[in-house]
Design a binder for this molecule. Structure first.
Ligand SMILES: NC(=O)c1ccc[n+]([C@@H]2O[C@H](COP(=O)([O-])OP(=O)(O)OC[C@H]3O[C@@H](n4cnc5c(N)ncnc54)[C@H](OP(=O)(O)O)[C@@H]3O)[C@@H](O)[C@H]2O)c1
Length: 290
């Protein structure tokens, strides 16, 4: 029976992969094991070597994702985002396991005007982006058969993600200002998880880097308006502002739309449009609140 190991299984994406695997019909010939940071620290090379078994598919969802904090703690971010994935690649190479490594749109500088392809030049503008790019490079250097999957703007609608934050602010404030000069593709973690499981179950496409997001584009302002509308609130309560008015420690790419062409060319199913995914996500949030 094929075995999938999900690292960083306590995070939003890892949890969704386990949720989908555990709820797939019992006829599945795959067993999925999730390990949280407490159960497997990917910066610990020996523990990683012990955890990876021959024939396994490892999906690495473990990462240092505090984008702003990384600006003042790049060394820690680098340990998790660069050294950790390298440990996984070494372990997979040693025993003949497959590695699917999740990365980010923040490896790009955001100056493009059309969707980024996997081979588009990278130029991260933040410490987080630099450490994630170093992780991609380490993985593909050690294990050229690995697949790096870049994604973007991931939300679940719970915890402190953007959608959840907008739902909270809708309850707490009359109006909320949101930047309208950063463009990307909002991506529901459950859809992303489903795509990663499809990839893990498919023969390797031989493509080292793939991009996977829900389709369509939005600014954060448009996404916030869609969240308000989906929650039954007036979207006019969302006001547009610029990134210059909302300065944060880490610069964000102003355009980070990722092309799904390579994913589709690999014979994999593209994710649905982001508005349909958001609608389902908000339904899940409502169901969870009942
Ligand atoms: N969220 C986004 O918008 C977004 C966008 C683009 C790409 N991505 C990428 O998508 C992947 C999943 O992100 P996510 O949204 O699920 O992030 P997340 O919710 O922050 O989850 C990351 C997980 O990694 C764990 N972790 C941290 N250090 C670890 C270590 N040394 N060993 C093992 N596990 C460790 C964390 O555990 P603790 O909480 O216990 O530290 C957490 O459970 C990451 O590669 C991220 O870079 C995310």
């Amino acid at each position: 029976m094929a075995k999938i190991l999900v690292t960083g299984a306590g995070g939003q994406l890892g949890r969704q992969i386990l949720h989908l695997s555990n709820n797939s019909n019992g006829a599945s010939s795959v067993t999925t094991l999730g390990v949280t940071s407490a159960e497997l620290d990917i910066t610990d090379a020996r523990s990683v070597a012990d955890a990876v078994e021959p024939g396994m598919v490892v999906i690495n969802c473990a990462a240092y994702t505090a984008v702003d904090a990384a600006e003042s703690d790049e060394a820690t971010a680098s340990k998790v985002n660069a050294d950790g994935p390298e440990n996984l690649a070494i372990a997979c190479a040693r025993v003949g396991a497959r590695l699917v490594h999740v990365s980010t749109d923040y490896v790009f500088d955001g100056t493009a005007t059309s969707p980024y392809l996997p081979q588009s030049p990278t130029a991260p503008r933040s410490a987080y982006g630099r450490t994630k790019l170093a992780g991609e490079e380490a993985v593909l250097r050690v294990l050229p058969s690995a697949t790096v999957v870049r994604t973007a703007w991931v939300y679940t609608g719970t915890g402190s993600d953007f959608v959840s934050t907008m739902l909270r602010l809708e309850r707490e404030r009359d109006t909320v200002s949101v930047v309208n000069d950063q463009i990307g593709s909002p991506t529901y973690s459950r859809d992303l998880a489903s795509g990663l499981l499809e990839l893990a179950a498919s023969p390797s496409s031989g493509r080292p880097i793939l991009h996977l997001t829900n389709t369509g584009t939005a600014s954060w302002y448009e996404l916030a308006r869609a969240v308000f509308a989906g929650a039954g609130a007036d979207p006019e309560r969302v006001l547009a502002c610029s990134s210059a008015e909302f300065v944060r420690p880490a610069p964000r790419p102003s355009y980070s739309v990722l092309s799904a062409d390579a994913w589709t060319a690999a014979g994999l199913t593209p994710l649905r449009p982001w508005r349909a995914a958001l609608s389902d996500a908000l339904g899940e949030v409502r169901a969870g609140a009942r």
